[in-house]
Design a binder for this molecule. Structure first.
Ligand SMILES: Cc1cc2nc3c(=O)[nH]c(=O)nc-3n(C[C@H](O)[C@H](O)[C@H](O)COP(=O)(O)OP(=O)(O)OC[C@H]3O[C@@H](n4cnc5c(N)ncnc54)[C@H](O)[C@@H]3O)c2cc1C
Length: 608
């Protein structure tokens, strides 16, 4: 049994920044992570970090762009915190030695990005995330913060009081890959989930295989509401054969999108007459798919992204990494020919419901980074707004968990007062077959030690059962079927029939999962076991995405519905919330917070 003040789960940008902040605030901190920190997916971020740093720019403009980009589903207190504090975080990174690209005069360079009214994206070539991650990890090493890497967290130790708002979190239980040991980590003051994205719910994604939504699934099963899960970002420029990302930085530098007729599609077909290629991501993804569906795609599958006109010198200076990706994964020389691109799953705007300090409704449980929903991105994230979210909210949550006084939050968490109940027209029963009978929920103990101990025993039993069962269904086929169904049915363009089809497929997958077994009996380095556990998380996450998508019958941001092709502010200016309720999911709603510090962001028509 290990014991610390603050346990951070995950060592990407969010987790590392939180650990540094908690330690600076005087806490004894440990990071528990299934990957080595510098293998975290933050390292794959290419394009940059938005920060209003220069004369002529202002955080209030950044906040306006972000609220507009969110299609008015962002919560203003979180959006304003992001935009106000991002500049100081960029300066902090620079002081810690991050190798930002620079202009001739020595200032940190900034480039245009989609949906921004000012060129405010700071970057380090096309490897911004790599530099960010290494810079933060150096600080963690320097401070002697303990890192348990290749420890896979299986569950959070949460009390089982009737209402989630009365529950508290006292630690986590994790499986060590190298030894097969299952151990408890007690947190005296707080557990911070920073487990990243969930792209593996889809089969065409820019996300790594480790991005399986573990934190979202664990928090959900512990009773924490999950927010706006239908809001999935599909990035317009991914390589068709692998899903590898071609950064928005290419369009930021002047890259152009062409259809099969060599038309500059964004202008020729009127998708974004002002901003063209630099319209918001949801707009560009829909434009590309419309071209493909109407027969103007190349090989009926993709469009072209051309950067040749930028010239070799500029490409090598600012986008060299893109040349390698196009060559290595698609066999295309970006200096000589256009690159094939199509939309692919990229980012989850929704996630674990938190306030602007990263707190969930369960006392002592925090969430930050891509697994969390504060909500900064609402219905659509602007490129370059995820990395500042990691540092701004990582720092905030780290300080809060370590006990710093940070004032009253303006964003509520959990069900408050007369919350609005929702219904969804699901063709199948949702949630856990046999509801509640899983080894993943809260525990039935009273004291903190008992809660941790009970969670440990449950997870040890779970691992033993998985390893001892000697036949049944393997996770891989279940995972592949759900990924295919999600890509086919819950993609950029959505309609009720297909969404219901996905719910049926998820239900069937859940039933097959109840007979899952692990073929590899090894006690150490058993990746078959780990993938089996992750697949369970994917099932819960896939269902939340699809339920949200079916319930929200409007077109907002990344969420397009065939049956209702307009934004319906009269009904839908609210967040979709899902609570697990011991295996029987409940849909409910909470209002969007549009009131900022000095102004209210009135919803307007969103055009680019
Ligand atoms: C290809 C790509 C390019 C991008 N480019 C940009 C960009 O230029 N600008 C921008 O703003 N955003 C960008 N994004 C988005 C942004 O990079 C991510 O949202 C962000 O890095 C996520 O950081 P994180 O710390 O939340 O998660 P991650 O960096 O994914 O880290 C998650 C951590 O959680 C750990 N973990 C997960 N599950 C468990 C478990 N069960 N037990 C223990 N540990 C666990 C992992 O080991 C890992 O350390 C990009 C995303 C992608 C995919």
């Amino acid at each position: 049994m290990y014991e610390y003040d603050v346990i951070v789960v995950g060592a990407g940008g969010a987790g590392l920044r939180a650990a540094i902040a908690a330690q600076e605030a005087g806490a004894e901190v440990a990071i528990v992570t299934k990957l080595h920190p510098v293998r975290s997916h933050t390292g794959a971020a290419e394009g940059g970090i938005n920060a209003a740093l220069r004369e002529g720019d202002d955080w209030t403009d950044h906040a306006y762009d972000t609220m507009k980009g969110s299609d008015y589903l962002g919560d203003a207190p979180a959006v304003e915190a992001l935009c106000k504090e991002s500049p100081e975080e960029v300066i902090q990174l620079e002081h810690w030695g991050m190798a930002f690209s620079r202009d001739e005069d020595g200032r940190v360079s900034q480039r245009p990005f989609g949906g921004l009214s000012f060129p405010r994206t700071t970057y380090a070539g096309a490897e911004t995330g790599h530099h960010l991650l290494h810079t933060l990890y150096e600080q963690v090493v320097k401070r002697g913060i303990e890192v348990f890497d290749e420890w896979h967290v299986l569950d959070v130790a949460v009390t089982d009081d009737d209402e989630p708002e009365e529950r508290s979190c006292h630690g986590v239980v994790a499986y060590e890959l190298a030894t097969g040991d299952v151990e408890a980590f007690t947190a005296r003051d707080g557990v911070i989930l920073a487990t990243g994205g969930l792209g593996q719910v889809y089969d065409h994604t820019t996300n790594a295989v480790a991005n399986t939504g573990d934190g979202v699934a664990m928090a959900y099963r512990a009773g924490v509401p999950i927010e706006d899960m239908e809001m999935i970002q599909f990035h317009p420029t991914t390589l068709p054969s692998t899903g590898v990302l071609i950064s928005e930085g290419v369009r930021g530098e002047g890259g152009i999108l062409y259809n099969a007729n060599s038309e500059r599609l964004m202008f020729e077909h009127g998708y974004a007459n002002n901003d063209g290629e630099l319209a918001s991501r949801d707009v560009v993804s829909r434009a590309e798919l419309t071209e493909i569906n109407e027969g103007r795609g190349i090989e009926d599958e993709y469009v072209h992204l051309d950067m040749r006109h930028l010239g070799e010198e500029r490409i090598l200076d600012r986008l060299e990494n893109i040349l390698h990706l196009a060559e290595d994964f698609e066999g295309v020389d970006g200096l000589e020919e256009p690159m094939p691109v199509k939309p692919g799953q990229h980012y989850a705007m929704g996630g674990i419901e938190t306030n602007e300090f990263g707190e969930t409704c369960v006392e002592g449980l925090y969430a930050i980074g891509e697994c969390a929903c504060a909500s900064v991105h609402g219905a659509n994230r602007l490129g370059g707004n995820a990395l500042p979210e990691l540092t701004v909210f990582g720092k905030r949550a780290g300080r809060h968990a370590a006990g710093e006084e940070m004032g009253e939050p303006k964003i509520t968490t959990g069900k408050t007062g007369d919350y609005e109940k929702g219904t969804v027209d699901s063709p199948v029963e949702l949630g856990e077959p046999g509801s509640g009978a899983v080894a993943d929920g809260g525990s039935a103990a009273e004291t903190a030690d008992e809660v941790v101990e009970r969670t440990l025993e449950r997870q040890r039993d779970r691992i033993e059962r998985l390893l001892e069962k000697d036949d049944g269904v393997q996770h891989a086929s279940i995972r592949a079927d759900v990924q295919k169904s999600m890509t086919r049915n819950v993609n950029v363009f959505r309609e009720a029939g297909a969404l219901k089809e996905a719910l049926r497929d998820i239900r069937e997958a859940r039933e097959r999962y109840s007979d899952v077994y692990v073929e590899d009996p090894s006690r150490t380095y058993n990746t078959d076991l780990i993938h089996t556990i992750e697949t369970r998380n994917l099932l819960d996450v896939a269902e939340t995405i699809t339920v949200g998508a079916l319930a929200r019958d409007e077109f907002r941001g990344a969420h397009w519905r065939k049956e209702a092709q307009e934004r319906r502010d009269d009904v839908w200016l609210k967040h979709t919330m899902l609570s697990w309720n011991d295996g029987s999911p409940e849909l409910w709603y909470k209002p969007v917070v549009l009131e900022g510090e000095e102004k209210t962001y009135e919803p307007k028509v969103r055009s680019y």
